[in-house]
Design a protein around this ligand. Structure first.
Ligand code: PEP
Length: 251
């Protein structure tokens, strides 16, 4: 059975003080949640202090991005070993905001995933179609291609360490969640592709849904056979609401 995973993507929200205050309020709320992986991805400047606040708890730290290179003249970038050093366990790669706003290609995402695995970090690889692509009936084509290209460097023996997040772009931050049936259809498609690519190891890969997940819709999403958790933006910013999502999204 795949262990559910609930991850908070704070995007460009929260100062260090706010992140630590979140941890102080959140940790007691989830301290007994031992059948779910809980992940917080704050902005880079919060990683060190938030990591200290989470130390020894059941909540893991994640980065929202990474550069695939180990070191060098890459102004503004952060390497996998630096994330490991600051206490990260995961890093999100290929988020649609990075693909759309910063022109990141699936090939670049694949290099990030490869470098993360090599450094001992777990990649959360995001894929998802735009509204225009969905309306043109191209969802499976787009998601299939992103998936294949973004996981190009992952080998079957490391596949289980990867988390895939299906995030339809039209559902992110819009309040429009995919219905459980729509989400499950794409998750099942992704599961099939992972099976073709990694054989039985594909079955171990967790597939999160992301896009306006809230306490009032997470239950129905989690009830779907191929939805193994959620990647959450807006509803992860308040400790009570993310703790509620953890409770409802657990096994
Ligand atoms: C996200 O950006 O990963 C996300 C799912 O955001 P939201 O939950 O706010 O739609």
């Amino acid at each position: 059975m795949r262990r559910p995973i609930l991850a908070a993507n704070w995007k460009m929200h929260k100062t260090i003080g706010e992140a630590v205050a979140f941890a102080d309020a959140f940790l007691p709320l989830v301290k007994d949640a031992d059948d779910v992986d809980i992940v917080l991805a704050p902005p880079f400047p919060c990683l060190d202090r938030l990591g200290q606040a989470l130390g020894g708890s059941n909540v893991a730290l994640a980065a929202q991005n990474v550069n695939p290179e180990a070191k060098g003249a890459f102004t503004g970038e952060v390497a996998p070993a630096m994330l490991l050093d600051v206490g990260c366990r995961y890093a999100i790669v290929g988020h649609s905001e990075r693909r759309a706003l910063y022109g990141e290609s699936s090939e670049f995402v694949a290099r990030k995933a490869e470098s993360l695995l090599a450094a001992g970090l777990l990649p959360i690889v995001c894929v998802g179609e735009s509204l225009e692509e969905r309306e043109a009936g191209r969802t499976m084509e787009v998601v299939g291609r992103q998936l294949e290209e973004s996981l190009a460097s992952v080998t079957a023996d490391r596949a289980a360490e990867v988390v895939v997040a299906y995030e339809p772009v039209w559902a992110i931050g819009t309040g429009k969640t995919a219905t459980p049936d729509i989400a499950q259809e794409v998750h099942a498609f992704i599961r099939g592709k992972l099976g073709e690519r990694f054989a039985t190891a594909g079955d171990q890969i967790r597939i999160q849904y992301g896009g306006s997940v809230k306490p009032d819709n997470v239950d129905a999403l989690r009830a779907q056979p191929d939805i193994d958790g959620a990647l959450v933006g807006g509803a992860s910013l308040q400790p009570e609401s993310f703790a509620e999502l953890v409770r409802l999204g657990a096994a």
